[in-house]
Design a protein around this ligand. Structure first.
Ligand code: GLV
Ligand code: MN
Ligand code: MN
Length: 413
């Protein structure tokens, strides 16, 4: 076995994941740690402390992406980067995102403990706001780092309490003023991200590792319907402009547009906000989100482009606006990274399969910048974005050994 990978500690990694899970713990073993909150800051500080213990240097960029770095022997060489995110869904689990960050740290710790110096530096990044649960859309940190979107484009996105993203980011950066700054962007040699699968396939097939080949495309929309509020007991139908009834018409029409007998297409209405939100008032305002995903770019473009027209045709009384908030085309990962992950899994005697990702990840936005790939580990029943999310310590450690060996391969070339 690769000597550095053998230095991965299952117990240290598990203990650190459980320590992170206490920051924002919710009933049922879940975690609610929204980005750029005080809990997020506490989690980042815990990570910084662990990184300092092994001599890794720490820095922060203008999107508050947090970077840990272990030097290589060739100071002029481009780094190999790994990482993921530390924020969670409001009703999230203990592994989505944070596993990839702690696995990256564990790889640095294994390099440290084994006394291994690679040619290239190895960096671990914790991307800001991958989930999009507090500020939509997700992946703001990686989009800003890769130049896909400017960080200033997100300035006015508000959380449910009306806090602007720009203000939350500025407050966070001010609170971390003691950390060295680094510029946004870069040109790594390669990027590889470890993550729980978030689907049922690896567990069902009894496999240790998913060698991820790419990520399906995603488009997010927010639909807002504006009617008039009125008395529920007295207002005849003909006099109503009921935003909720029009929302139901719009969603029914969208279910038709998004129908897929093959169950490949993913269409979700996950957030609905109604005003005034009382049982005895007709709603004057209703807004809902659309999360639409497909692996085929043509389907993603054709059906996504049809959303606004279908909604407008379905609505009867209310005014309507349709705003697209996220647009990520499907990506394919680099054969160089896919092969390196696959070889590492074989060397580690881990059973593995090549598979695409249904979830989006920060890796999606790194693809245009450098050769990119991902490693999946199984999770129980495929449950994710749910407090019941669970992977066994041994499954997580196997993934980290594969990650460590992949990093050592990529950083010595
Ligand atoms: C990531 O959290 C996703 O929604 O795919
Ligand atoms: Mn994630
Ligand atoms: Mn997630």
């Amino acid at each position: 076995m690769n000597q550095t990978a053998a230095a991965v500690s299952e117990k240290r990694q598990w203990d650190r994941l459980m320590a992170m899970a206490r920051l924002g713990a919710i009933p049922g073993d879940g975690v609610n740690r929204a980005c750029l909150t005080d809990l997020d800051r506490q989690a980042r500080r815990l990570l910084v402390g662990w990184a300092s213990e092994i001599g890794a240097t720490v820095s922060l960029d203008a999107a508050a992406n947090l970077w840990l770095r272990r030097e290589g022997s060739d100071p002029r060489s481009a780094p190999v980067v790994t990482g993921s995110h530390m924020d969670t869904q409001p009703n999230g689990g203990r592994f989505d995102g944070i596993y990839g960050v702690i696995a990256g740290l564990e790889a640095l710790a294994a390099l440290h403990d084994a006394g291994t110096t690679l040619r290239r530096p190895v960096e671990v990044v914790a991307w800001t706001n991958e989930e999009g649960g507090r500020f939509a859309p997700g992946c703001m940190g990686s989009m800003a780092w890769s130049g896909f979107r400017g960080i200033e484009e997100f300035a006015d996105v508000a959380d449910p309490d009306g806090v602007r993203f720009a203000d939350a980011l500025a407050a966070h950066l001010a609170s971390e003023a003691d950390l060295p700054r680094r510029p946004l962007g870069g040109q790594p040699h390669a990027y590889v991200e470890a993550h729980i699968e978030q689907g049922p396939r690896l567990e069902a097939d009894g496999l240790d590792i998913g060698v991820v080949t790419g990520i399906q495309g995603s488009r997010w929309f927010t639909v807002t319907l504006t009617g008039d509020t009125a008395h529920a007991g007295t207002t005849p139908l003909a006099l109503r402009r009921d935003a909720v009834q029009d929302m139901l018409r719009a969603i029914a029409a969208l279910n038709g547009l998004m129908h897929d007998p093959h169950d490949v297409l993913r269409f979700t209405v996950g957030r609905i906000v109604v005003e005034p939100n009382t049982s005895n008032s007709v709603a004057n305002r209703a807004s809902f989100t659309i999360d639409f995903r497909h692996p085929d770019k043509d389907v993603l473009l054709a059906r996504g482009d049809a959303v606004a027209g279908v909604v407008q045709a379905a609505v009867r009384d209310a005014g309507v606006t349709v705003r697209e908030t996220f647009h990520a085309l499907p990506v394919e990962f680099s054969p160089q990274v896919i092969d390196a992950v696959e070889r590492a899994a074989t060397d580690q005697h881990c059973s593995h399969i090549r598979m695409p990702s249904g979830a989006f990840h920060d890796a999606q936005f790194v693809v245009p910048v450098c050769p990119t790939g991902m490693i999946f580990v199984p999770c129980r029943k495929g449950i994710s974005h749910n407090p019941a999310e669970y992977s066994e310590p041994g499954q997580l450690a196997a993934g980290t050994r594969v990650l460590t060996q992949t990093l050592t391969t990529l950083a010595d070339t």
